[in-house]
Design a protein around this ligand. Structure first.
Ligand SMILES: Cc1cc2nc3c(=O)[nH]c(=O)nc-3n(C[C@H](O)[C@H](O)[C@H](O)COP(=O)(O)O)c2cc1C
Length: 739
């Protein structure tokens, strides 16, 4: 619902809001320009002394206006019409003619009413209201997505567009809320739906002295008024002793007797008027130039937010699957419930739906939030759910647990939960675990215990299908083909081979654009030399011939290195690794890059503890090679035998030599007294504690078993500090890239 509230007006009012934001951003320059033109005023006169000086220079003056910027303008009626003159606030001397900027005047009218009069005010009001709805719903979505108020400033996750939308959104949210709220309020006042409680007409005083006018410099009420308080002073009609000065100050409006100098009939501003003026200042930044500029800069973010928001919406719609043969809940023998936020889980659910339908089942697939009280014919229920925020439910499952309380399962209904998540989060698949426990508590049987899928792995899903099919006594061939980005053809330019003697053939493979090595005209024209952009630690997806499913490898190089480097261990029967190992220089692969911004050393000088085993060294070696600022990096790595699979030995020796690497602790398992990387950590307990106490960030890359062992070792090592792998993970100081 929140999402719909955020996206519907967002799409409908996008253009209008963008126009309002851009015109507002332009107008925000006005207070700054005005303030810059006025400069820093010296000692200011009182209104009596200023008016006296103005009258001496401009005898026909009829009105003096002091603008919010501090500029003083005198208006005089001359033969050629009204003349406006800039006045020096510290002397009252005329500085020269005053001209309003036609561009700002035009843009102000456009911004207020699109030059459409009262109807335009209504449209501008609607734009402000849409902006308000977008800011509030966006703010709430942001809090949900990041896992609560305490994490509002935590690292944003998701696709590039999602991160851009969230990152810019949280910077500008307060400013946009302020602009939208004050704008909506002012529109309501100009349309007449809200009143400030202030009469625009105040009664003319009946008590004017009528005597001979006194010199203006001696009028007591004007003497008592500092210039800073003045807004407007309208002079009495020349030669009419019954007329009075009409005065508007920051506090209200009144009249000043031109004979006695007394203030007559002063009407203070109503509360509503005071509020209106405060909102006007907060909306326009008039008189507070820095605020105007801040609001203007925030308004510039609106087009970026609108475009990224529209792209997110489009990709969500685009990815929404179309289910064939979706049977009604009451008639189905199999129920599939889906908890998803970004829609990818729906892709997996569709594959399961189609496979079960093909196996002869009558399948009903729906969002988890639409769990019915009862499914009359269902014998099995699959729940496929992602986890969001900080271990929380995704949008389409937010009401599932409360609905489950009223759920009445058939006695023979069995369930299975499949969690989708990402191991780089502190609470991997936590919501799926909660759902599994809650379903178990209803008394239902499990088809099999809950399973998890890390980073939408098609292979793990296929494996789950095999296991589930075995339990159901049916063949579940689950081929999930993710929508692949466009692939780029790359050419193998170089390879180093290791590990054959220890039964772990591993190769460092380097690729470039085909023809990148070309010389002559091709090179001159830059042909074939442009790699897609990537950073060390990003992933390359490689689609092996004969399979639609890409395999991902961590990158040891960045595109600015001019080549793409990966480290691949040959797996027996592994389609992609066997294909890659068989490549000879000059041969090609089809690949695409997937950004992995959550696995980066981050900025700063705090120490880094890098831990890996086997091919897990690849991104770590890449980070170290790029460590030109000599941040202290401590590398713990595990291999089998230094004579056979000492990956990156030469590179790491060089990095130790020039201080890109502070310390290197390799551990080998197939040598005399062999040990694993966890043991190296335990041997270095004091150093590790000291580094962590000094803010070290830990990065782990490699196989799942190694990562589990490292977590256990570090939990033991860090316990005296009151820290653990989990506690460091929740503050972004423990990063894992595990496969
Ligand atoms: C903002 C955000 C927060 C996430 N939080 C978690 C989390 O706490 N635990 C977890 O295991 N996965 C988390 N994930 C990963 C998603 O659960 C995972 O990518 C899932 O496959 C997305 O499925 P969907 O596209 O159907 O929503 C998060 C992803 C994002 C973008």
């Amino acid at each position: 619902m929140l999402r719909r509230i955020h996206s519907l007006p967002g799409l409908l009012a996008g253009l209008l809001v963008m126009f309002m934001a851009l015109s507002g951003a332009f107008l925000s320059l006005q207070p700054a320009i005005a303030q810059w033109q006025v400069g820093t005023a010296g000692t200011q006169l009182d209104v009596a002394a200023l008016s006296d000086a103005v009258v001496h220079g401009l005898p026909d003056v009829s009105r003096i206006v002091k603008q919010a910027s501090g500029a003083v303008i005198a208006y005089a009626d001359g033969a050629a019409g009204q003349l406006a003159t800039r006045i020096d606030p510290s002397s009252g001397a005329a500085l020269g003619p005053y001209e309003t900027s036609p561009v700002f005047a035009f843009m102000t009218e456009m911004h207020r009413s699109l030059l459409l009069g009262q109807g335009g005010h209504v449209v501008a009001g609607l734009a402000a209201l849409s902006m308000l709805v977008l800011s509030i719903s966006g703010g709430l979505l942001l809090v949900n997505r990041l896992g609560g108020w305490s994490r509002v400033f935590g690292a944003a996750k998701g696709t590039f567009q999602q991160r851009l939308h969230v990152d810019i959104g949280r910077i500008v949210l307060v400013a946009l809320l302020l602009s939208a709220f004050t704008g909506a309020y002012m529109s309501l006042v100009s349309i007449g739906l809200l009143s400030t409680g202030q009469d625009s007409f105040i009664p003319f005083p009946t008590t004017a002295d009528g005597g001979a006018p006194a010199p203006i410099s001696g009028l007591a009420a004007l003497q008592a008024l500092p210039l800073a308080q003045l807004r407007e002073l309208v002079f009495p009609a020349p030669g009419d002793p019954t007329d009075v000065f009409a005065i508007t100050t920051n506090a209200g409006q009144g009249f000043v007797d031109q004979a006695s100098g007394a203030m007559l009939g002063f009407v203070p501003n109503s509360f509503g008027q005071t509020v209106y003026e405060a909102f006007y200042t907060l909306h326009t930044g008039q008189g507070i130039a820095w605020l105007g500029l801040v609001l203007g800069l925030a308004a510039l973010a609106v087009p970026v937010m609108s475009v990224s928001g529209a792209l997110i919406w489009w990709s969500r719609r685009h990815n929404q699957p179309r289910l064939k043969h979706n049977v009604a809940g009451g008639a189905a023998d199999t129920i599939i419930l889906v908890g998803s936020e970004g829609n990818s889980t729906w892709g997996f659910a569709t594959v399961l739906h189609d496979a079960l339908t093909l196996a002869g089942h009558r399948v009903h697939t729906a969002p988890m939030n639409s769990l019915a009280r009862h499914y009359g014919k269902a014998r099995r229920m699959f729940v496929l759910t992602a986890t969001y925020g900080d271990g929380a439910a995704p949008q389409s499952a937010s009401r599932f647990l409360s609905r489950l309380e009223r759920f009445k399962p058939r006695p023979d209904l069995a369930f299975a939960v499949l969690g989708f998540g990402d191991r780089s989060f502190a609470h991997f698949c936590q919501f799926a675990d909660e759902v599994g426990a809650a379903l178990l508590a209803t008394g239902m049987d499990q088809i099999q215990s809950s399973c998890t899928i890390d980073r939408q792995s098609s292979q793990s899903f296929a494996q789950w299908g095999v296991e589930t099919g075995t339990r159901l006594g049916t063949v579940l061939h689950l081929v999930h083909t993710p929508r692949l980005p466009r692939t780029t053809r790359l050419e193998l330019i170089d390879r180093d081979d290791y590990g054959v003697e220890v039964q772990a053939p591993t190769s460092v493979l380097r690729f470039a654009m085909p023809g990148a090595k070309r010389t002559g005209l091709g090179k001159l024209l830059g042909l074939g030399s442009r790699l897609p952009r990537f950073e060390v630690g990003d992933l390359v997806g490689i689609v092996p011939p004969g399979s639609p499913i890409p395999r991902y490898y961590s990158l040891a190089s960045a595109s600015r290195d001019g080549m793409l480097e990966i480290c691949v261990r040959k797996q027996t029967g592994g389609l992609c690794s066997e294909f890659l190992h068989a490549l000879t220089p000059g041969e090609n692969i089809d690949a695409f890059v997937k950004s992995n911004p959550d696995f980066r050393p981050g900025r700063g000088r705090s120490p880094l503890i890098m831990i890996g085993a086997g091919t897990g060294i690849a991104p770590l070696a890449g980070f170290i090679r790029h460590n030109r600022h000599h941040r202290p990096v401590h590398l713990y790595w595990g291999g089998r035998d230094p004579r056979s699979d000492f990956l990156y030995a030469v590179d790491m020796a060089q990095c130790l030599g020039d201080a890109r690497l502070a310390r290197f602790e390799p551990a080998f398992s197939r040598t005399v007294g062999g040990r694993y990387v966890q043991q190296s950590l335990r041997d270095d307990v004091d150093a590790i504690r000291d580094l962590v106490a000094h803010g070290a960030r830990i990065m782990v890359c490699g196989g799942r078993d190694m990562a589990g062992g490292v977590r256990t070792a570090l939990d033991d090592i860090l316990a005296p500090l009151g820290e653990s792998a989990q506690s460091l993970k929740s503050t972004g100081r423990y990063l894992e890239d595990v496969y």
